[in-house]
Design a protein around this ligand. Structure first.
Ligand code: MG
Length: 258
């Protein structure tokens, strides 16, 4: 099942995206129990919202061997965590805005876990029990700032630096071998499989849940494969993950708002 949030006729709704292209409105947030309302809307009448409003976005650095090599860093002996600001989230079809503080903004296509249950100190064996589903995420990064600063809060935290979506796929029961492709202007720049992760989805969930309690709607993004590169104004960037779908965003210069 594909679950997400949309805006339609001035209202925000949780919806199920059905195979026939229609959307059906849900009565409440999906982690409170999926209850269809019977009200359908056509997909051409909507604008996408991010499929979650997370209290936190936990990210993992260097979780694919080839990416660690291209960043000239040693393989980590345990997952390296950092946080992205919830205010950085944008939806499918939203615009990534290049801030004037950076001259090297880069894409990072990633598989993101969405939690449906409060998850605290779970074992690896039980780690997936609190997972609601999976979505696509672009961990947009100001690489020049990241190289200058030891703390990633600024490099990873600019507004619009966290495209998420287009929806949450709830019926992936083994996330261990999903094809991941990132395209810029329809040219493939990243192509890998989640089978190449250093730490598995279950290992990451267990590790992070030992640090901070994960709440319904929270996101854990699992790191990016090799092939990272720069975005420039006018680009279209797509993260496609097998069995989930395509997260598509455009890129523009940020404008100063008074
Ligand atoms: Mg990343």
């Amino acid at each position: 099942m594909r679950v997400g949030r949309i805006q339609h006729a001035g209202h925000v709704h949780w919806v199920v995206f059905d195979a026939d292209g229609d959307l059906e409105i849900l009565r409440r947030a999906p982690w409170e129990g999926i209850e269809r309302s019977g009200r359908k809307i056509g997909c051409e009448e909507i604008s996408f919202l991010s499929p979650v409003e997370p209290s936190k976005i936990v990210c993992i650095g260097l979780n694919y061997r080839a990416h660690a090599q291209e960043m000239k860093k040693a393989l980590p002996s345990e997952p390296v965590m950092f946080l992205k600001a919830p205010s950085a989230v944008i939806a499918h079809e939203g615009v990534v805005k290049l801030p004037p503080e950076s001259t090297q903004v880069e894409y990072e296509g990633e598989l993101a876990i969405v939690f449906g249950k409060r998850t605290h100190r779970v074992s690896v064996e039980k780690a997936l029990s609190g997972v609601f589903g999976y979505t696509c995420l672009n961990d947009v990064t100001a690489r020049d700032i990241q190289h200058r600063e030891n703390i990633y809060a600024r490099a990873k935290g600019f507004d619009t630096f966290c495209p998420v979506g287009p929806w949450i796929e709830t019926e992936i029961f083994d996330p261990g071998d999903l094809e991941l492709t990132l395209r810029v202007n329809r040219v493939v720049r990243q192509h890998s499989s989640t089978a190449d992760m250093i730490f598995s989805v279950a290992q990451l969930v267990a590790f992070v849940s030992n640090v901070m309690t994960l709440l319904p709607g929270d996101i854990l993004s699992t790191g990016t494969p090799s092939g990272v590169g720069q975005l420039t104004a006018g680009d279209q960037v797509e993260v496609e993950i097998e069995r989930i779908g395509v997260l598509r965003n455009t890129v523009a210069l940020a404008t100063c708002e008074i």
